[in-house]
Structure formats: structure tokens, C-alpha cells
Design a protein around this ligand. Structure first.
Ligand SMILES: [Fe+2]
Length: 261
């Protein structure tokens, strides 16, 4: 029997695309996936109002939704004290209302947080993988059979999306828009990806770059698939708002991108 999962990302309430969100809700009502995996950036500025809107929307979908934090899901820079003291308080309040673990027998899903409220580089929007988070994800998948997924916000290695390829040689100052879009600079990402490949993970799901992708990456511990979902916000880049439809049947994972016309 096939398992269907919808992979969504970067809804960015505060700059959401209402028509695209209505379309997605209709798709979910029609196709009734076994679960939805959301790989972060629920909001624009991490405000209570934006999180409330996100929670209302996700809770109304009527299917289990598993939620990861994105770099936009912390208080914004002008709320620095709150950002540093309680970076995920609002996110966790929203998650309490809208998150469900996916109750699917042949699917193991591990969370791998890649966001941090501050780091030693200019652009704090970039990702980093900390060893305790990686260890927790690996423990979660120990002994799992069937579809083994890891969900995080930042691509662990270069997503090589169309927009990024076009701007690859733009001036490099670490915090340029093009560098953010390609997001191949997740600290500890390569090491993490290799460890996940060694653990037999089927695919790593992420968002952040706002364009969908599906790649097989070679690592020292074997190949692993990385899958990115586009955005459902007004902050589109090379492609229209979209989500990914994942089908798991007879030991094979197929992915199709569904675009909002
Ligand atoms: Fe985003």
C-alpha cells in the first residue's frame, strides 16, 4: 500500500501567498495525504501574530502536520534580547497548536534543526548543524525500517537551484542575496549528510531556497537523496509557488513537484 506525504516549506506568514495557500488546502482536502511535512519558515519576522496565522492555517488542514523551525521563525533582529533569550518560545507555542508526529507505520521521520539565533559570521540566516542535533536524529532513526526521512530547514549541501546557478559568480561577501539563495554554506552540513547516508536515510527534506530540487549526492559514506520544497509565499525566486508530493510504495520513493499555476 502506498504512503503519500506532502512536503511544504517557507509559507512565510506576513508575506504569504493567500491564493497559493488556498490552493494547497484544496489539494490536501482532495488527495488526503497521510501527512504533511513542513520544513520551516512559517513566518517572516517571527511575530506572535504571524505564528497565530500559521497555526490557524496548519491546524485547519485536517491531516497530521510535522513542523520544523526555519531561520525566519525566531524574533527578528530588532528584538535582539528576546531573540537571544527565548529564540524559539513563539515557535514552540505555535508548534504545540499545529504539530503532530506522523502516525505512519512504515515512515520514520527525524527532525534535524539547522537554525540558530546567533553565530560567528555576518549572515545569521545561514544554517548550521550541531553535533547533539545530529546525534538525536541518528538515534531517532536507529532500527527504523521502511522510509527513513530527515527534515531540516537549510539544505545540508548546495541545492544548486536555477537561481543559484545563475548567480554563482556574483561577488562574494557571505551575506549576498545569491549566496543565501544557493545556501550551500550550512556549517557541518557535509559531515551531517555523510552520517545520514551511512545510517541509510532515504532522503533529507529541506526548504529555505524557495525553489524545488531533487538530487542524489555522493558522500564518503554513500549516496543520499536531498529534496527541497519551494515556497508558498510571495517571496518566489526562479519558480512559482509549489509543494512536493512524495509517494512511498514497494520500497521506492517518487517525488513530483506540484506548482500553483
Ligand atoms: Fe524562506
Amino acid at each position: 500500500m502506498a504512503t503519500t506525504l506532502f512536503h511544504i516549506s517557507d509559507l512565510h506568514f506576513g508575506a504569504e501567498d493567500r491564493a497559493a495557500l488556498d490552493w494547497l488546502a484544496g489539494e490536501i482536502a482532495q488527495h488526503r495525504p497521510d501527512g504533511v511535512i513542513c520544513t520551516g519558515d512559517l513566518t517572516m519576522r517571527g511575530t506572535t501574530r504571524e505564528f497565530d496565522a500559521a497555526a490557524d492555517y496548519l491546524a485547519a488542514l485536517g491531516v497530521p502536520v510535522s513542523i520544523e523551525p526555519g531561520n525566519h521563525d525566531m524574533p527578528y533582529y530588532w528584538e535582539m534580547v528576546t531573540r537571544l533569550r527565548r529564540p524559539f518560545a513563539r515557535f514552540e507555542a505555535m508548534r504545540t497548536r499545529a504539530h503532530s508526529d506522523l502516525p505512519i507505520a512504515d515512515v520514520a521521520l527525524a527532525s534535524l534543526p539547522t537554525v540558530t539565533p546567533a553565530q560567528w559570521r555576518i549572515n545569521w540566516s545561514k544554517g548550521c548543524v550541531k553535533q547533539p542535533a545530529l546525534s538525536a536524529a541518528l538515534r531517532r532513526l536507529e532500527g527504523a525500517r521502511g522510509l527513513k526521512l530527515v527534515a531540516c530547514h537549510h539544505p545540508l549541501v548546495d541545492a544548486d537551484t536555477a537561481k543559484h546557478r545563475a548567480k554563482k559568480w556574483a561577488p562574494v561577501f557571505g551575506n549576498t542575496r545569491s549566496d543565501h539563495q544557493g545556501s550551500g554554506s550550512t556549517r557541518g552540513g557535509q559531515r551531517a549528510l555523510a552520517a545520514l547516508a551511512g545510517a541509510g536515510v532515504t532522503a533529507v527534506l529541506s526548504g529555505h531556497v524557495h525553489d524545488p530540487f531533487d538530487r542524489l549526492v555522493e558522500t564518503p559514506q554513500g549516496p543520499i537523496r536531498i529534496i527541497g520544497a519551494g515556497t508558498l509565499s510571495e517571496r518566489t525566486r526562479a519558480t512559482a509557488p509549489s509543494y512536493n508530493r512524495l509517494e512511498w510504495a514497494e520500497g521506492a520513493l517518487s517525488v513530483s513537484v506540484r506548482r500553483y499555476a
